[in-house]
Design a protein around this ligand. Sequence first.
Ligand SMILES: [Cu+2]
Length: 288
Amino acid sequence: MKSLSVLVAVATLAAKASAHYVWPQLIVGGSNTSAWQYVRQTNNWQDLNPMLDVTTTDVRCYTSAESGTASTISVAAGSTVGFTVSGNPSNLYHPGVLNVYMAKAPSGTDVASWDGSGTVWFKIYQIPAIADGVTITFPATGLAEIQFTIPSALPSGQYLIRTEHIALHSASSYGGAQFYIACAQHLNCSIIGGTGTPGPLVAFPGAYTVRINIYYPIPTTYIQPGPSVWPASGSGGVSILWVCYIALPHFPPDRSSDLNNCDHDDDESYDDNGEDHHQHDHIELHRH
Ligand SMILES: [Cu+2]
């Protein structure tokens, strides 16, 4: 286990601790289905708290404390589906990035009783951060729902659809990124039937191995966690090792108490751009 020391800008955005959320409703044909009808009821369906440990099987669907099942709906490949956000408030309140994955249940296995194990997940949609070297923005922030297209090349079969919003406001601490996850069950009954080969495939847990960290100086690029989207719109490989080059340069000074659990370096540096709303710190990034 090697320790990789890097200069890291630790920052956080003001965020209400109570501002958590879940994904209870699948959107099909532009209409909301009932809460937890096609979406497996997640452990946090009442307290709305995030999942924090990417090393457990809860990083799949976050259902270990619930029945983990739901009704299965038929949706044609090429159609648009989505998830609603419910919470206080009912939108993706925290700054973060979004991914949507699918996984095909093994032949002969009913998706309703399948746990999503194995190297079976591929990404079909994402809303990454945008870093321009000066600032970083999170276009997913504030969305009350997401909608995306099930790839028309998707082969017929039974699938899980997994969405996650990875909130980064507390991610300066090791393992501090908050995962808001939900899985819906989907039976693809496309008449045409796609002939594509989804991939790259990843496993949960496993796809995310490095916790979020915030680098300094602010990077000019941002690497979205997980594999590239399928079907590929360009070249790209699997970034199994998740190192997010995130920087959140602006935050109120009274949020410095959030910078806990970090492996601090003594020689802190401060940006000269306004001491009252910039703060940089050094922490260590541990690479396993
Ligand atoms: Cu929250």
